[in-house]
Ligand binder design. Sequence first.
Ligand SMILES: Nc1ncnc2c1ncn2[C@@H]1O[C@H](COP(=O)(O)OP(=O)(O)OP(=O)(O)O)[C@@H](O)[C@H]1O
Ligand code: SF4
Ligand SMILES: [Mg+2]
Length: 401
Amino acid sequence: MTAPMLAAPGTTTAVLEARSLTKHFPVHGRVPGAGRRLARAGRPAPVVHAVDDVSLALTAGSVTAVVGESGSGKSTLARLMSRLITPTSGELLLHGRAVPRSQRRHLDYAKTVQMVLQDPFASLNPIHDVHYHLSRPFKVHGMAGSAADLDAKIATVLDRVALTPADLFVHKYPHELSGGQRQRVAIARALAVQPRVLVADEPVSMLDVSIRLGVLNLLADLRDRDELAILYITHDIASARYLADRIVVMYAGQVVESGPAVEVTDAPAHPYTQLLLSAAPDPQRVTPVALRGAGAPRSAVAPPSGCRFRLRCPYAMAICAEQAPPAFPAGNGHESACWLLGEGNESSAAHGQGTKPVPATTSAGEATSRVPALPGRRPTVPGVGEDTPDTDRGEVMSTDE
Ligand SMILES: Nc1ncnc2c1ncn2[C@@H]1O[C@H](COP(=O)(O)OP(=O)(O)OP(=O)(O)O)[C@@H](O)[C@H]1O
Ligand code: SF4
Ligand SMILES: [Mg+2]
């Protein structure tokens, strides 16, 4: 997608903005269809197109979810936005000002933009207790103060992630905590320096289903109470709909669709988003769904010309191989990089659509429910999805998990 997808219309200045971020990794070793052949022909060395020309903006008090299948570039984008890696091209703007590429100001940046990783067990050092982990950010950023001050700050930050009373947790080691509690400690560590942006890379995918919702609701509370701008990376589009205000869909390193979460999930405009939604498990679905465009993603080293999804797309047309589709408006702040939304597109007309997507059909040609029944935000059925005080306390308060 070439046109930038920035903040939702009508929103205020972004806290953190990515403009045309691109990250290409060099390829080591022999790559089928590339490598030596290209080198012999004097062409540039092959690279992995992990992220290509991605623009997005994170605003205060909102969650932006980035969804996409494995290898679509989600973690690379998260690492770029956290400045853990440097972009091949493109820039970051923090509070509207360009972030210099030099590492000298990295501590200042890290104080504003914090990252939470997927695996809380791996991100916490097993030989240190919670007190050690939570004291580090205060010390690194020169905010520790006296021992009593530090203890009080650690208790406050544990309270913010609902690990209370703090005394119960502060001297525990990672193996003495449940997965949900470990992730809460990791989030507490990120919150210690009072960041304005939280980049959470698959923060619940390693957690038991029953405690995922507690952590998602914690992120929602941080957005609402502390006005944090949150980038929520996930491959689970249902959780993105539940938590996020906006959804950005990535495929093969590029943004293919973006818009308000409900719009993108209720009326997906891009065939890849339709595929993601049709593949999402739905307990209420009684008949098997016909996946349109199933198949494996193609090489990230030599992506296809034009639309990168075209070799898997059931609606591919000649133009899809010739030109990369720009972002077309799909209504209500919703955009999709698909030629089906282009003016005068024959395929759109043949499918009886204007600017909306093609209905999925079975092989027999009958319409299927393309979009599974997804939970709305904040389910209210106790015990099914609601983060009731009881379930949350069960996870948080148990000391012998
Ligand atoms: N350090 C690296 N060196 C070379 N290639 C890399 C590096 N990091 C990521 N890649 C490649 O970049 C592409 C995007 O990877 P990335 O980890 O961002 O995907 P992802 O969407 O987060 O996938 P997953 O859902 O499996 O975590 C992949 O093809 C991956 O192999
Ligand atoms: S119709 Fe063309 S542009 Fe749209 S997703 Fe399919 S291949 Fe890509
Ligand atoms: Mg990843």
